[in-house]
Design a protein around this ligand. Structure first.
Ligand code: GRF
Length: 191
């Protein structure tokens, strides 16, 4: 199974995927890692691992549609079976989703459909829920919408901050992303 991983930030989920591939736990080929902006730690991690790395910089395009089309072309050039949004903080178009046959996987640090959007951890804390968690799902063109593949709950501890909670969620999120990719890869292998 060939994957392209998209990142916007620190890329700790990406690192978990790279580590799992390196150790042999995860039988996928990382065809490329891409970012929507320059200078992300995610891209640095990718280059350090010797992976094909690219940037389709959102700010270099006059319109969102042009950026989206350029991203679609670039990702399609690697012929991935699955595209992984691993902390990729941009909404993509329905055309992008369709170009990859609906195989656009996203991870989100909350129990969807609760608390979608860029601040899933903060919003869950602000609401006062006692349990939140993370979700791995097939993404459609909405904000953190689409069929759910896997979820795991994380209890909110007394005295927790957004940062401590997000870090604890991300530990679970990395494991869930790797196990989901492993299951998809196993399902795709010819018997
Ligand atoms: C993850 O919690 C992801 O779900 C969210 O942003 C975080 C990305 O972390 N959208 P990283 O870049 O993989 O470290």
């Amino acid at each position: 199974m060939r994957i392209v991983v998209l990142v916007s930030g620190t890329g700790s989920n990406l690192q978990a995927v790279i580590d799992a591939v390196t150790s042999g736990e995860l039988d996928v080929e990382i065809a490329a890692v891409g970012a929507d902006r320059e200078g992300t730690y995610g891209v640095e991690r990718s280059s350090e691992a010797g992976l094909e790395t690219f940037v389709v910089n959102f700010n270099s395009f006059p319109t969102r549609d042009e950026w989206d089309a350029a991203l679609t072309d670039r990702v399609a050039s690697y012929a991935p079976d699955v595209v992984v949004s691993s902390g990729f903080m941009r909404i993509v178009s329905a055309d992008f989703i369709e170009a990859f046959n609906g195989k656009y996987l996203n991870t989100h640090p909350a129990l969807l459909p609760a608390f979608p959007g860029a601040h899933g951890v903060r919003d869950a804390m602000a609401y006062g829920v006692k349990v939140t968690g993370c979700t791995v799902h097939w993404a459609d063109a909405g904000v953190d919408t689409g069929p759910i593949i896997a979820q795991e709950a994380v209890a909110i501890e007394p005295g927790e901050t957004e940062e401590t909670l997000h870090e604890r969620i991300k530990v679970v999120e990395r494991r869930l992303l790797v196990s989901t990719l492993a299951a998809l890869a196993a399902a795709q292998k010819p018997a």
